[in-house]
Design a protein around this ligand. Sequence first.
Ligand code: FES
Length: 587
Amino acid sequence: MTASQGKPQARGLRKGLTQYGDTDFSLFLRKAFIKGAGFTDEALDRPIIGIASTGSGYNPCHGNAKELIEAVKRGVMLAGGLPVEFPTISLHESFAYPTSMYLRNLMAMDTEEMLRALPMDAVVLLGGCDKTVPAQLMAAASVNVPAIQLVTGSMLTGSHRGTRVGACTDCRGYWAKFRGEQIDLEEINDVNNALVPSVGTCSVMGTASTMACVAEALGIMLPGGATAPAVTADRIRVAEKSGAQAVAMAAASITPDKLLTTQSFENALRMLLAIGGSTNAVIHLTAMAGRLGIEMDLDALDRMSRETPVLVNLKPSGQHYMEDLHAAGGVPTILRALKPMLHLDALTVTGRTLGEELELAPPPFPQEVVRSASQPVYPEGGLAVLKGNLAPRGAIIKQSAASDKLMEHVGRAVVFEDMQDMVARLDDPQLDVNADDILVLKNIGPLGAPGMPEAGMLPIPKKLARQGVKDMVRISDGRMSGTASGTIVLHVTPEAALGGPLALVKSGDQIELSVSRRLIKLNVSDEELEQRLAEHTKSGTATAPPTPEAQRGYRKLFLQHVLQADQGCDFDFLRASTFNSKVPSQS
Ligand code: FES
């Protein structure tokens, strides 16, 4: 019998053979080359577990990747597999021009094609920083190879002049104080040394922490795997166990389509709302679900939010940090508090259901980080979906991190046409702006910037910051960091660069925000808006924005194919061709 005969399903080195027109020769050649690295036939006959490595000198959030990969390898070998590490693109928020979101789909494509091209029976995806976990899970969903998500874990908190600090809610808080001249240059430089005291992902409930908790709720991460800080023994043990679990997943064929179901997405959305998680996660979950033909229903998400209180007291919605959540029992503690709202029969990477895993989780104990539903941090979910003539396809606000007094607000628009315009004029002492005004920033959407940068939290104009103004209503078609707070309306869809109504707003217009009524409205008559639209679309007029374009390369691909926020900003050709279900479906 030849090497390729009589095998119902290729595994290990026999998977995805390079095409030479002779499969036996392909295997012969592949083995010859890898034996050049000193492997024996016995090792090569084991199930192969790929390890997607995102360690990079440009990614301090993944600064512990080397240690974690060693631990994953140990786990794989203890369970009888052969670990093989391979590199993919790595993205760090502060080391990605113009913005990491612009590159998320490129990382997803890179990861997807490597999962498809390389022989592996399962994969451990090592992610962490904001866009890496979404990119990896989008890829895994598309390839459907058994996959388990491992994250690098959160960084530790630091201390500044006796005050506990952590990235990046406190980065923004201290920077706002500096802009308002409440602290001086020496102090802001001191804070800069204290905010990030170790490798790992941001220490608050930013996007990285959110996606880690969401991945655990999805069942595609080991139970208890989301919250261990980066530089702890717990984190290394999670890595070792993830390696061992990947071998079991390969044997049991636990593929992403069995894990990423409408039920598990609903569990993930409950988690997102209950943790006061990042607005960005809505976009990422939409993109992940879209790979599987599951459509995100923003109206149903909003209904779910009205009945899902914020239970986790972490910054920016609350007070604590990720290491506190870990000490409080991590995600199992949150899941236990959410239990009546969850689909407990959803499968997890262990082959057991979420409900069975909760039964096996360590017992509860008194703690102050995860509240009960009767004593929530915020009575509704962290996020609200707004609609109105300014955002016909929706906008998002993180209501749990907004100012109560601005949630129902009518104000005069102060408009910036794009980011450059904002940078040029925001701090101009002559700028006609008051604390009750609404700052509007156009053209920072998926196409407009491009890449939908996290510029939606416009700084408070300096002259107002000096007067002590800490929050204003701000509206844009961009995103904001999950670590940020304020009364900030994001993801306005369709975006201005696509001719959405946001493009038509003029300084001096009245805008109405009513979070209770889920309304974002431009108080301008339909007739006037139609007239403005006609003017706006006339090419060559002063009001027509430059059409984003590119002649070549990834930028061209991006501009031709990126979708709007309500479709996850994925590329149109990467989404499923048919959609058979919606999430949430139960609200
Ligand atoms: Fe990487 Fe915040 S910058 S998680």
